[in-house]
Design a protein. Structure first.
Length: 361
């Protein structure tokens, strides 16, 4: 029996086998990969909940400045009539006439169309025209195929509930009788009063179909952080709390008069009909609603997502390789220098990953 240690009898200490070394290396690699994945997921959540809010806040500042700017004023001068010897023609000096351009009834997509204010849940946002993914990044979006705010019909507005400012984050707190104010570009304020709250499927387009009276519909995802359903707030215009509804007259064809022996009916000369409001009964359908898109609906986002993802990996691996060469670079300095380019590439990676998510979240 040997009571002496290995060194005392000339024996070499036992070394770990190569198989054991490889196992530890792979276990360490898997662990580092898991930690890196967890950090990326955490950063993506931070980007979604706070980073997108900064983007929306900047867009809202720009929209608010443009929306509150006064309408363009055009000054025209009536030219002085030429002098003539005809005593029946009077000479009138030229006069300056100042006119204000009327707001256009056609608002370009992505431009401010109204200000929405909901005192109960602290909402004060500029509503943009359009409900596409890029439009809703700026704030609540107005369905282009629905009437303008204050008009007869169903004014439909959609908004995010958890990202990009989350304008409708607390929309579930609205109850019957709560006021919602919409102010158009001319400064006219229309007050709507909540009448109903609904939870519907994303494919239920009846909630944004046009109506015969002046109504308002707000839509958002439900529940929070999901696009499984849609929460809907219905409201009716209250003329006692703001301006009355706007009606856009549409002239019907002149009535026809049948003259005996004249054959088919013909239009009587000089006969006109009064302007009659004809509200549209139709409304946006599935093809007009980008919010109906689900997961990975934007197939064009796959390639840039992969490219920017590889870019993130390239920057991270490059920094790791340089950091291991301690004689060439101080390790901490390499990581600090790589932080800025990594965050820039990571931002564009997250931007494209977001395109693969349901736009209604």
């Amino acid at each position: 029996m040997n009571l002496l240690g290995p060194s005392e009898v000339g024996e070499e200490p036992e070394r770990p086998s190569r198989r054991s070394h490889d196992w530890r290396w792979w276990a360490g690699g898997i662990g580092r990969t898991a930690v890196a994945t967890g950090v990326l997921l955490l950063l993506f959540v931070v980007y979604q909940l706070w980073g997108t809010n900064l983007q929306e806040a900047r867009s809202q500042d720009e929209l608010s400045s443009a929306f509150t700017s006064p309408p363009a004023v055009v000054t025209t001068t009536t030219p002085e009539p030429s002098t003539t010897e005809d005593p029946t023609v009077s000479t009138v000096p030229g006069t300056a006439v100042t006119t204000t351009e009327a707001p256009s009834t056609t608002v370009p997509t992505g431009k401010g169309i109204a200000r929405i204010q909901i005192p109960k849940i602290g909402v004060d946002k500029i509503v943009v025209q359009g409900v596409g993914r890029e439009d809703l990044k700026q704030g609540p979006g107005h369905y282009p195929d629905t009437p303008l705010p204050g008009s007869v019909g169903n004014v439909a507005i959609a908004g995010h509930r958890t990202t990009y400012g989350a304008p409708f984050n607390r929309i579930n707190e609205l109850a019957v009788g709560d006021p919602i104010d919409l102010t158009n570009a001319t400064g006219t304020r229309f007050r709507y009063v909540v009448t109903q709250q609904l939870i519907v499927s994303p494919s239920d387009y009846s909630v944004i179909a046009s109506t015969l009276d002046a109504t308002l519909t707000l839509t958002s995802c439900h529940p929070k952080y999901s696009a499984a359903q849609r929460i809907v707030i219905k409201a009716t215009l209250d003329p006692t709390g703001g301006a009355p509804a706007i009606t856009t007259p549409t002239t019907r064809p002149a009535p026809t008069t049948t003259v005996a022996g004249s054959g088919p009916s013909t239009s009587a000369v000089g006969t006109t009909s009064p302007a009659t409001t004809i509200p549209a009964i139709g409304g946006p359908g599935p093809g007009d609603d980008p919010l109906s898109d689900g997961w990975f609906a934007d197939s064009s986002a796959w390639l840039p997502t992969i490219v920017w993802g590889l870019g993130c990996a390239g920057v991270a691996i490059g920094a790791w390789v340089l950091a291991r060469r301690r004689r060439l670079w101080p390790r901490l300095g390499v990581y600090v220098a790589a932080t800025v380019p990594f965050l820039v590439v990571l931002y564009f990676f997250f931007e494209n990953v977001s395109r693969l998510l349901p736009p209604g979240i």
